[in-house]
Design a protein around this ligand. Structure first.
Ligand SMILES: *Cc1c(COP(=O)(O)O)cnc(C)c1O
Length: 462
């Protein structure tokens, strides 16, 4: 064994190999040398553990393996994914893809300087959010608006500005968790406001809210859209309209976290119960909170819209500076919102709306075409187009399924091995595994990606 260890090539010998010399040129000496050291250390450990039974690669094989491993490590961790999961707003895949108009605006305003906080009419300093505030107000009916990093930030900032040190009344049926890191009670605690729970999980009455209001202690009423679950059966929740009357009677603000922030009626895509921003304002919410990258189909951000006196109070809160967005987000949001001025245009240009409005018949044709092309690829055993159900995801409309068509692939090898190979490609491809088959959902794959997808499969070994 000691003989084997003694005969392993040195780091500097390996670095002399043509493959690794080239990597030193492309990356740098330090990174490649460290990679070689790690590889040799691992090999020594294997030799010691196996008491000499390990086949030792030749120096050329070692250099090849190190070069392969390093080039894999050096690929960007964040890279494009063809989303075949059928989850339209996949948080793990960055939620909504952006419209071409949004990308063009980011490009134009980021490659040079932009009027982020300058009013170009007067030449004076202005509010950062002014660039998009007018549009948000136009689309929601609000008097004023603020943009933050995401809806979690919008919630924390709003609670802090409106009710730090005071109680915020929330129905027990609306104490939500959105993914492990967003839990309303925790966000509330961080903001400095105190949670005052009322009602029960399934029923909360107006009197529950009314009895909990204390002129000294209460800072606000909060309504939260239960985005990712549904309570059915013996239930009661209080409408925004009723709550806003109660809040006004006691001179308290009503904050409505509507979650996904629909700017149009999603019933036209067969999706029900998604609160529309303008309806909440019309029904009397003083402040509404929603995400930019869920149903709006824009960049990751949070939007706070509502009464000017409250928005002014939020703008003065010290957390505002910590949660504000940069010019890339503002540009993408402005361009996305502009598309909503004409709903038909929004449906054609915003990828999310395009995916949702695609007729199933259309998806069927694409799935059949893909199935026939993929059947001929070596790593695919057999392949067929099947009718399935897609999901909105992103914490939206959990119980509602969207009709769709998938390519169902029976791999030549194991389904896990095929999935892993697809994930490691550039672009990466993700599908869903169901009963030993890999399903690729055409609802979330852009038609422009169909042939690219086939090419990715063709590069894989059987
Ligand atoms: C998604 C969601 C949030 C969190 O929004 P992010 O933009 O992910 O921070 C908060 N509240 C509700 C009701 C939501 O649906």
């Amino acid at each position: 064994m000691s003989n084997i260890l003694r005969n392993l090539p040195s780091v500097s010998q390996l670095l002399e190999s043509p493959q690794l010399k080239k990597m030193v040129e492309n990356i740098n000496h330090g990174v490649v040398a460290e990679g070689v050291r790690t590889f040799l250390d691992d090999l020594r450990t294997q030799v010691v553990d196996a008491a000499g039974e390990v086949p030792i690669p030749t120096p050329t094989e070692m250099a090849d393996r190190i070069a392969d491993w390093l080039s894999n490590e050096e690929r960007p961790y964040l890279r494009r994914v063809i989303n075949g999961t059928g989850i339209v707003l996949h948080t793990g895949l960055g939620r909504a893809p952006l419209a071409a108009e949004a990308l063009a605006a980011v490009n134009e305003n980021s490659k040079s300087y932009a009027s982020v906080e300058i009013n170009l009419m007067t030449g004076e300093r202005g509010q950062r959010v002014k660039a998009v505030e007018r549009l948000i107000c136009e689309l929601t009916g609000a008097e004023a608006a603020v943009v933050t990093n995401n809806n979690a930030a919008a919630t924390m900032l709003t609670l802090s500005a409106m009710a730090a040190g005071k109680e915020v009344i929330v129905s027990r049926g609306q104490l939500i968790e959105i993914g492990g890191s967003y839990r309303l009670p925790d966000v509330m605690e961080c903001s400095g406001a105190k949670l005052k729970e009322v009602g029960t999980t399934n029923k909360t009455h107006l009197a529950d809210y009314e009895n909990a209001i204390d002129p000294e202690l209460t800072g606000a009423l909060l309504k939260v859209h239960p985005s990712n679950f549904e309570v059915i059966g013996f239930t009661k929740t209080i409408s925004t309209k009723e709550l806003s009357k109660l809040a006004a009677k006691h001179d308290l603000p009503l904050i409505d976290d509507i979650g996904s922030g629909a700017l149009l009626d999603y019933a036209q895509f067969g999706l029900r119960n998604e609160p529309v921003a303008s309806e909440s304002i019309r029904d009397g919410a003083d402040l509404i909170l929603f995400s930019g990258d869920k149903l709006i189909g824009g960049p990751q951000c949070g939007i706070i819209a509502g009464k000017k006196k409250y928005v002014d109070r939020i703008l003065k809160n010290p957390l505002m500076r910590a949660m504000r967005v940069g010019k890339m987000t503002l540009s993408a949001l402005h361009a996305t919102l502009s598309l909503y001025r004409d709903q038909e245009k929004a449906k054609q240009s915003i990828p999310l709306l395009r995916m949702l409005s695609m007729p199933a018949e259309n998806l069927k044709l694409r799935a059949e075409k893909l199935a026939s092309l993929l059947s001929a690829v070596p790593c695919v055993g057999s392949c067929e187009a099947i009718q399935e159900e897609a999901m909105l995801g992103g914490g939206s409309l959990p119980a509602q399924k969207i009709p769709t068509w998938c390519v169902s692939i029976t791999p030549a090898g194991s389904v896990d091995a095929l999935s892993a190979k697809l994930r490691s490609g550039t672009p990466a491809v993700m599908g869903r595994v169901q009963q030993g088959k890999l399903l690729l959902d055409t609802r979330t794959i852009s038609p422009a990606e169909d042939l690219e997808l086939v090419k990715v499969f063709e590069t894989l070994e059987a």
